[in-house]
Design a binder for this molecule. Structure first.
Ligand SMILES: Cc1cc2nc3c(=O)[nH]c(=O)nc-3n(C[C@H](O)[C@H](O)[C@H](O)COP(=O)(O)O)c2cc1C
Length: 537
């Protein structure tokens, strides 16, 4: 995040940024100073920007200006002060606006000229025509930058302290808005989902997908069908076809490079069962916390907190999955435990052939029975899914906050009902000695994979192995104690249609969330190291 402050000459930039930088405790970068330093480094001449321009011509000056802006754009969490003319250039504007809040200081022409005249007027502005040119330039800067500015402060009639205070107040709002993007996920490959369980539709917008990639409605539908409700006795009987409608971004079977808009209409929502419990908080669901946070009660099907939202994610993830498959990166999830019944063999070909999506077809029968038994008892069960990613090169992921495992964990825990994530030997590593847990190497390869394919937040080239704990479905049909919206004790018997176990349905969602993370990480990697390719694994 950068805070970029700009404006025409005499709008009060220099003094404002230096005060702001102190208040916010952020380092200050002045583009003019950087241009002068770059020029000095290259030529050995110590000149001001104005002198570079007058002695070496505007083209030379702009060349140094572009280099300076490129340098500045690499910084994060800083305040940048730049002349309004710099932002007249489209490339510089794009570079400086990326992940930044743009503040524009303005003032009336009269005020700018008045302030200007108080300073010693440089020779080139000594006559009336030059002063007219100055005013026109200032007006042009304000006119061009205004539409891009997040904060605009007119400094004509306020002093510097008031200017700084106004900026500070507006910045607080902007920064809190920027940090609240709960419906958008990803950096370069970005997904935004919308819609509610009992609303007319749910949908998603997927950005950052390169043009020319072949994607058909069928590619997306295939994944949606795996997540769709009403598939078997162990999933909710809500009967949705989940038919995808592609609204934009795909033309004649290929991505156009613009945002891909996708929609699914909700056709089988039945809100009647929720009317009786309109003011009751369903135990284990997000009812209580949504009520506390928003003070608004959408009692129908959990609204935004419903597992139905994940259909929107699957549409986006299906696109990511297809792209990754073409690069031989495969993502598979399967159920390894339900209600304490653990699988003890792996045959990937059986996963889609049993109702619980287990790779152990024998244990799958026991797992299914356990779900049906809980369902008969008006109860639910939880379980564990295993997510595996193969074909990933070594070197993917970024240190500290961009760690690959951190990104994957965020994607997975963002799913309702997920209560635990472990990588590789995970929680069991806490009981081992280093001599057992370390993955030793021979001939450039790892002998074991206790790390689960990630070390230091960066892929090792080994299979990524993640296990995900999924809680038993909260909405159960037996009587439970709860409170109503006024805090009165009441008993509740939830109705509606629910999954007696979420694990089988979360499997395709896990795969698609992982696909989005991996594709995004690959796109980031291309920018960090354009020479990176899969051959270094
Ligand atoms: C695919 C999927 C299906 C779900 N189905 C249900 C359901 O039928 N009934 C229910 O109460 N919760 C269901 N959930 C879980 C809720 O979304 C979630 O448990 C609830 O919002 C509370 O959030 P938390 O468990 O993450 O704390 C489902 C979640 C997913 C990912």
């Amino acid at each position: 995040m950068k805070i970029v402050l700009s404006g025409p000459k005499c709008s009060g930039k220099s003094i404002t940024v230096s005060k702001l930088s102190k208040i916010l405790g952020l380092p200050l970068i002045e583009s003019d100073e950087l241009i002068e330093n770059l020029f000095h480094q290259k030529t050995g001449n110590k000149l001001t920007c104005r002198n570079i321009c007058s002695e070496f011509g505007e083209d030379t000056f702009r060349e140094y200006e572009r280099k300076a802006i490129e340098e500045i754009s690499k910084n994060d969490w800083c305040i940048v002060s730049t002349g309004g003319s710099t932002l007249l250039n489209k490339t510089s504007r794009q570079l400086l606006r990326d992940k930044s809040i743009l503040i524009l200081l303005t003032a009336t022409s009269e005020k700018l000229l008045e302030r200007f005249n108080k300073k010693s007027i440089p020779a080139y502005l000594n006559d009336k025509t030059a002063q007219e040119l100055f005013v026109n330039r200032c007006n042009l800067i304000i006119e061009v930058i205004k539409p891009f500015a997040d904060i605009i402060i007119d400094t004509s009639n306020i002093n510097i302290d008031k200017t700084v205070n106004s900026i500070y107040e507006e910045l607080k709002v902007e920064i809190s808005l920027l940090s609240q993007k709960p419906n958008t996920f990803g950096n370069i490959v970005r997904m935004t989902t919308f819609g509610e369980s009992h609303g007319p539709a749910i949908g998603a917008i997927l950005e950052g997908i390169q043009p020319g990639i072949e994607i058909s409605e069928q590619d997306i539908q295939k994944e949606l069908n795996r997540r769709r409700p009403g598939q078997s006795a162990v999933s909710t009987p809500r009967n949705e076809k989940d038919q995808v409608k592609i609204l934009s971004g795909i033309f004649e079977g290929k991505t156009t490079g613009t945002s891909i808009g996708m929609l699914i209409e909700n056709k089988d929502q039945d809100s009647s069962k929720y009317d009786l419990i309109r003011n009751y908080l369903r135990p284990g669901t997000a009812d209580f916390t949504f009520w506390k946070k928003y003070g608004i009660r959408d009692h129908k099907g959990g609204g935004r907190s419903s597992g139905r939202e994940t259909a929107a994610r699957v549409m986006c993830g299906a696109v990511a999955k297809k792209i990754l498959e073409s690069q031989k990166i495969n993502i598979t999830a399967h159920t390894i435990a339900i209600a304490g019944i653990k699988s003890n063999s792996v045959d990937y070909s059986t996963i889609e052939n049993n109702s619980v999506r287990s790779a152990d077809s024998i244990k799958a029968i026991e797992m299914e029975k356990a779900i049906l038994k809980a369902k008969d008892n008006n109860d639910s069960v939880g379980g564990i899914a295993q997510l595996e990613i193969t074909g990933l090169p070594a070197g993917l992921g970024d240190p500290v906050f961009g760690k690959l495992d951190a990104r994957l964990a965020m994607a997975i825990v963002s799913l309702g009902a997920v209560k635990g994530v472990e990588f590789g030997s995970g929680f069991s590593s806490a009981e081992k000695h280093g001599s057992e847990n370390n993955d030793e190497m021979r001939d450039g390869k790892f002998i074991t994979n206790n790390a689960g394919g990630i070390l230091g937040g960066i892929s090792t080239g080994e299979k990524i192995i993640i296990r995900v704990a999924v809680k038993p479905t909260s909405s159960i049909f037996s009587k439970q104690q709860t409170c109503d919206l006024d805090g009165n004790n009441v008993d509740i018997q939830v109705e509606g249609r629910h999954d007696p176990c979420i694990v089988p349905r979360i499997i395709p969602v896990l795969e698609t969330m992982a696909a989005l993370v991996i594709l995004d990480t690959l796109e980031i990697q291309k920018r960090v190291n354009p020479n990176f390719n899969n051959s270094n694994c």
